[in-house]
Design a protein around this ligand. Sequence first.
Ligand SMILES: NC(=O)c1ccc[n+]([C@@H]2O[C@H](COP(=O)([O-])OP(=O)(O)OC[C@H]3O[C@@H](n4cnc5c(N)ncnc54)[C@H](OP(=O)(O)O)[C@@H]3O)[C@@H](O)[C@H]2O)c1
Length: 283
Amino acid sequence: MTIAITGASGALGRATAELVLQRVDPAQVVLTTRHPESLADLAARGADVRRADFSDASTLPGAFAGVDRLLLVSTDTVGERLDQQRDAIAAAAAAGVQHVVYTSVPEPVAANPAGVVPDHAGTEQALRDSGLTWTMLRNNLYAHMQLPVLEQAAASGQLVTNTGDGATAYVTREDCAAAAAAVLTTDGHDGRAYDITGPEALTAADLVALARRTSGREVELVALDDDAYRAGLRSAGLPEPVADLLTSFGASVRGGFLATVSSAVLDLTGHQPTALADLVPAA
Ligand SMILES: NC(=O)c1ccc[n+]([C@@H]2O[C@H](COP(=O)([O-])OP(=O)(O)OC[C@H]3O[C@@H](n4cnc5c(N)ncnc54)[C@H](OP(=O)(O)O)[C@@H]3O)[C@@H](O)[C@H]2O)c1
């Protein structure tokens, strides 16, 4: 069986590729990327590195030829990627791929205000409609992305948020990669949607407590509504689309859409997921 990973030069794609290459014959591993030269080290280990760019459909038939099971890593072009990811799914089906694993988001439903939801919901729907078998890996927010937030809170004495009392089950990218590698290299995941989460869901008050504990400094929680939060991000110099996206994630957290804690990482990988607190260096 040939396993392929798209976006294999990205952080998640490469981490997953490293794990898959430890488990299966490299001759049965295809790695696709827009930048084949950046995967020369994995090609030297025997992986078949091919060029694929979802925005150039002509690259896709060759990239997916002979592949049985494909990890489709969602791209980073929020708002533009849905048609590209639909093209990739159609190309996978045309090339004879049997099973597609897709990196999605928790609760990709219309009520979830996170700005990434339409792309993920549309891609999940395209997979369901494709006739392929599929698995959704609904990755929660990356834990490492909170480290600058905690640092900034410790430095300024304030943690500013629009998440209200909502909680987030932050997960490490390494655990997301381990879960993806497990799904790619074992059977029994057809038609499953896994919430890939850390071991606990943390509120903004929990983050404040963590910032205090790890920095030894006083940190206060500043709770804003969406408009005030977005205005603060704009006045700090963030471009409007970024401010809108970050604000939408806060609203999603506040609505409870990122709070589910699952046992999927443990079930799939055999190890407990890493907690955000374990990533924070002690002061
Ligand atoms: N859970 C979270 O908190 C979180 C945070 C950020 C992003 N994400 C999502 O998870 C994905 C993987 O995360 P990451 O940490 O690996 O991000 P990353 O390092 O920024 O990787 C971006 C990925 O997008 C791929 N890509 C971009 N344009 C593409 C195109 N035209 N055709 C094919 N692939 C394209 C890249 O592939 P190549 O460069 O190899 O072509 C790469 O795999 C992101 O792309 C995003 O959808 C999740």
